[in-house]
Every structure is written in C-alpha cells, then in structure tokens.
Design a binder for this molecule. Structure first.
Ligand code: WQD
Length: 323
C-alpha cells in the first residue's frame, strides 16, 4: 500500500502515520502546510512534502507520485471559529477537499479516507448516535464535513473513487509509548485546556455549565483515543483496497465521560490542584454525545483498546507534564 496523509503532520495525522508505518511494506507520505501541524511530529520513515491543498500545483505534483490511497486530515476544526469566519472554513475545508478529489481523479488514486466528525449530526435526537441518525450540523465546521461527504458520494458514483468517511467523536490521548509529543497551539478542546491548567500554562479551567441533565450536571462526551482512531484508518484503508465499495462509520468508545470526571482524573494523575470555576454554558453545546460504533466493529473489525479514562489522561499528562 502507498498511502499519502494530507494534513499528516497534525495530532491525528502523525498518530495515523505511526499506525501505517507498523503495516509491513507500506509507503507512507505526509503532505502538510505546517499551519497547525509541525515537521517535528513526522515519524521516521515517512516521506515529507510541504505544500498547501489550496495550491493545486504543489498538490498535483505530490499526488502524481504513485499513491493508491489518500487520507484527508487537512481541515480547520474549531466549531466556534467556523461560526465567526465561515469563509476561512469554506475555502480551506471545502475548496481544499475538492482540489484533492480532483487530483485523485486525475492521478487515478481510487481510495479516499476522510477525517469526518460527529459534528455532522448536530443536536442528538437519540443516543447512542448511529450512522442512520439525521445529519443536521449546528455549526459551519460540521456542515463543511457533511458537504465534503456529499461530494465523495458523487465522485464515487461518477469517478469510481471509493471512500471511507470516518466520523470521529472526541479525539483524545497520546501514543502510550510516548513517540508523539506535539502540542496543539491555543487549544479550545477540554482535555488540552485542562492539561494546560495542570501545567500552569493557563490560570484555570472554565467549566461551561453544570446544570445539564447529566449525572453531575456537566457535559458528557465520547472520548476516543487517537491511537484507536489511527487503527481505524489502517483498517479502513485495508477495507477499501479489498472491497469495491465505500462506507461511512462512527468512531467512538461508546461510553460517556463528563467534564468533572475528566477534571478529577487529571487532578489525580497530575497531582496538581487545577483551579476551575463554573462558567455559563457554551452556545451550541449538547448535554450528551455518545457514539454507537457497532458498524465499524462489524465492517472493519475495529475495536477501541486505549479509550479508557485512565489511559487517555495518563498518556496526555505524560506529554503536558514537561510543558
Ligand atoms: C467537550 C466538553 C464542553 C472546553 C468539539 C467540536 C467537534 C470536534 C471535537 C472536531 C463540552 C466542555 C470544553 C472548556 C469546558 N472537533 N468544555 N471547558 O465541543 O464536544 O467537540 O471538538 O472534529 O466538532 O465541536 O469538544 O472539547 O470543546 O468540549 O467545560 O474549556 O467540555 O462544554 O461539554 P466538543 P470540547
């Protein structure tokens, strides 16, 4: 297999590169503009190419190098920011994806794996969320992912590009062997914010609401370890290489953790106080989001193995403790 990870120098991309490198005889390339990812994240053994998905010349140059599979991880992902600057998201996430699809078609790359998101579902109408749940994104970021999925369906039908759209729930954790240490700059997601507060880089954690209809009143999410996500990408690539059909799957642990459960485990593991205060709810936040991942298990033989609370928090603190 010859797999090109577009946006592969980021948090999920670099962990995914590690997983593909473990597959004997796999050629792994990383194409990235290093706007949020870093060359330091690129594991030994990958071919690295600096370029931007909005620069069709550089993109086509790399796409023409004999790849059989593309994993598309290059996107902006901040839901709140997408509501303030939709143009930034439509240009990068949508136009950029169309550039990649057009390049795949031109260079006969038939297998396309998309980093998608549970954000395509919007407010849950039932839980756990399965792939048949209505897709009504509540933020423009989620809409960009749904829109790209729509293009994939047409390119499948019209150009024979088979795709696997992987709808991640909340990605978390770090490689348990400590091989990945890249930190997100100015994070907004809960776990990196908690870790920055633990490491003293942030004065406190604001808990966005403690009056939700959940056991302790704080938001519940389905945290999926990034190594489990990476494993799903490898299984999806093997599926596309073997089967001549596309698929869309949820990737989650199927269990929910609250903000306070995350915070208290981080205090226990880091042995730091981690100051926190209750703040108003954040617009657009559902009380609870939990995945049904049975379809990924059934079709890909995928099973989360690192997504327990202890592993997620311990592997993350192992990176942040040296901040
Ligand atoms: C988790 C919980 C917050 C920060 C987002 C995107 C989604 C996906 C994953 C890409 C919620 C609470 C958070 C803080 C807090 N991104 N929280 N204080 O919102 O579930 O999903 O990231 O695919 O598209 O929307 O993740 O980590 O922001 O929030 O209390 O400082 O933590 O209210 O309950 P979210 P999150």
């Amino acid at each position: 297999m010859q797999v090109l990870l577009i946006g592969g120098a980021g948090y999920i991309g670099a962990h995914t590169a590690l997983a593909f490198l473990d597959l004997p005889g796999t050629r792994v390339g990383i194409f990235d503009n290093f706007s949020t990812g870093s060359p330091d994240n690129i594991p030994e053994g990958c071919e690295a190419f600096e370029g931007d998905i909005l620069n069709e010349k550089s993109l086509h140059e790399v796409l023409s190098m004999g790849w059989d599979t593309v994993v598309h991880l290059a996107a902006f992902k901040a839901a709140g920011e997408s509501m303030e600057s939709p143009e930034k998201y439509s240009i990068n996430n949508i136009n950029g994806s169309i550039n990649i699809l057009t390049g795949c078609s031109k260079h006969c790359i038939r297998n396309f794996i998309l980093s998608s998101s549970a954000a395509v579902y919007g407010e849950p109408q039932y839980l756990p969320i399965d792939e048949n749940h209505p897709t009504m994104p509540e933020n423009y970021y989620g809409y960009t992912k749904l829109s790209i999925e729509g293009h994939l369906k047409w390119y499948d039908m019209l150009k024979g590009i088979r795709y696997a759209s992987l709808r991640y729930f909340n990605a978390a954790g770090y490689d348990v062997q400590g091989r990945m240490r890249g930190l997100e700059r100015n994070p907004a997601n809960l776990i990196p914010v908690v870790m920055e507060a633990a490491a003293g880089k942030r004065s406190e954690l604001s808990v966005f609401g403690d009056d939700y209809p959940t056991p302790d009143g704080t938001g519940v999410r389905d945290y999926i370890h990034v190594t489990d996500l990476a494993d799903a990408h490898v299984k999806a690539a093997q599926y596309l290489a073997k089967e001549d059909k596309s698929l869309t799957v949820n990737l989650g642990s199927e269990s929910g953790l609250s903000v306070l459960e995350i915070l208290n485990k981080a205090r226990e593991v880091s042995r730091k106080e981690i100051p926190a205060r209750i703040a108003p709810r954040r617009n657009g936040d559902p009380a609870k989001l939990i995945a049904s991942s049975g379809y990924a298990k059934q079709v890909l033989g995928w099973q989360a193995a690192f997504s327990d609370l202890d592993t997620i928090i311990a592997s993350t603190w192992n990176v942040y403790k040296d901040l």
